[in-house]
Design a protein around this ligand. Structure first.
Ligand SMILES: [Ca+2]
Length: 111
């Protein structure tokens, strides 16, 4: 399963291309642009598992930093600042990572 099985390559390209400048990443717009907001809960879960590189069941801070690469291999890494902001937006219980349960799905909707 790869990201382009779930999302349109065109949309990914546009979304990644919109945030090439460091510290320009806007997760709400990004998830909207890649089309993730319109996806079914099952598909959102599949996307989560692609982003969870080490299959730990969580997207940890380190994996969040590489989140754009999960969509497009030649995308940039997030800056430390962007990673922290994304984690703060998604980590409701403050454990420093994002879980695979309904949390991720509701996050994509609200992000
Ligand atoms: Ca992980």
């Amino acid at each position: 399963m790869s990201m382009t099985d779930l999302l349109h390559a065109e949309d990914i390209k546009k979304a990644v291309g919109a945030f090439t400048a460091v510290d320009s990443f806007d997760h709400k717009r990004f998830f909207q642009m890649v089309g993730l907001k319109k996806k079914s809960p099952e598909d959102v879960k599949k996307v989560f598992h692609i982003l969870d590189k080490d299959k730990s069941g969580f997207i940890e801070e380190e994996e969040l930093g590489f989140i754009l690469k999960g969509f497009s291999p030649d995308a940039r890494d997030l800056s430390v600042k962007e990673t922290k902001m994304l984690l703060a937006a998604g980590d409701k219980d403050g454990d420093g990572k994002i879980g695979a349960d309904a949390t991720f799905e509701s996050l994509v909707q609200s992000w």
